[in-house]
Design a protein around this ligand. Structure first.
Ligand code: YH5
Length: 289
């Protein structure tokens, strides 16, 4: 990571497989889900053309990164085989990397998918299991791209059943510090790592709120901080709102995260979130007196 001075803060430019990600100001990672229930008209197959159009739109709206995911992490979602996940994400990453300039991240826990995605042009690995799957650490060490390590308690299907913490912020911090150490032991330099507390992954509303209130404590890890709050159930619980009523709450929480130093916010609603990040950055960059 090359360092860039921003006021008194120093943040880097991340090298992502030939593309760069400027982390001197909060950036938006646009979500591109490639699952049969997205980009389809109710059938089993998704339309790669529609996925590409959506990615293009998000780049136009200011996304600095597009996160391509072929495995649903929703509770109760069926596991996806390696071949199925490959067939969903690889063609989309290939097509995207041929026509857009921003880095593409791959949301996966499978080493085989990491390898094929990076060969197809992906520039960042976003792993909700923080490289805990067999072979994932070694694969990520071999691939020369940054990795986002996310905290999740348990597995998507059962994670809400074990959402018990003594001190949630300390426990999530300790987990991430442990994964950073595991990465360094496996040969992944710190300069290639990002961390994410994993909002909603094995956490109650109270836990999610505590983590967001104290988000700046995660900066002690010394790594760029990623957060995903967009449309999540914590927004739904606060506002008592269905999925399509969570835009303003999602943008508000993303702003609170950026204000505390989050480098990347993962979002569905790119234009609104980018506007909020620009407003937040304007205040953060203002002179003190
Ligand atoms: C994240 O936080 N999240 S997938 C449930 C929702 C809405 C959205 C009930 N991948 C994260 O977005 N990667 C996902 O409504 C992620 N951080 C990172 N790094 C879950 C998701 C969602 C779930």
């Amino acid at each position: 990571m090359r360092d860039v001075k921003v006021g008194t803060m120093t943040r880097g430019v991340l090298q992502c497989n030939g593309r760069t990600l400027d982390l001197s100001r909060p950036q938006v990672m646009g979500i591109l889900n490639i699952t049969p229930d997205s980009f389809s008209d109710g059938g089993v197959f998704f339309d790669a053309g529609k996925a590409l159009a959506r990615a293009r739109e998000m780049v136009k709206q200011g996304a600095a990164l597009i996160d391509v995911g072929g495995e649903s992490t929703r509770p109760g979602a069926a596991p996806v085989s390696i071949d199925e996940e490959l067939s969903r994400v690889v063609p989309v990453i290939e097509a995207l990397s041929a026509e857009i300039d921003v880095p593409i991240s791959v949301d996966t826990s499978k080493p085989e998918v990491m390898e094929a995605a990076v060969a197809a042009g992906a520039g960042l690995i976003n792993d909700v299991r923080a490289l805990r799957r067999e072979g994932a650490l070694a694969m990520a060490a071999r691939l020369d791209v940054p990795v986002c390590l996310m905290h999740m308690r348990g597995e998507p299907g059962t994670m809400q059943q074990n959402a018990v913490y003594d001190r949630v912020v300390v426990e999530v911090l300790d987990f991430l510090a442990g994964r950073v150490a595991a990465c360094e032991s496996a040969g992944i330099p710190r300069e290639r790592l990002l961390v994410d507390p994993g909002f909603g992954f094995g956490k109650t509303l109270a836990h999610n709120l505590q983590i967001l209130k104290s988000l700046d404590r995660f900066l002690t890890l010394g790594l760029p901080l990623v957060v995903g709050l967009s449309r999540k159930s914590m927004v739904g619980a606060i506002l008592d709102a269905p999925l399509d009523g969570r835009l303003h709450g999602s943008v508000a929480l993303a702003t609170l995260a950026a204000w505390q130093g989050a480098a990347i916010v993962r979002a569905h609603d790119v234009r609104a979130t980018v506007d909020a990040m620009r407003c937040c950055q304007a205040v953060m960059a203002a002179a003190e007196h």
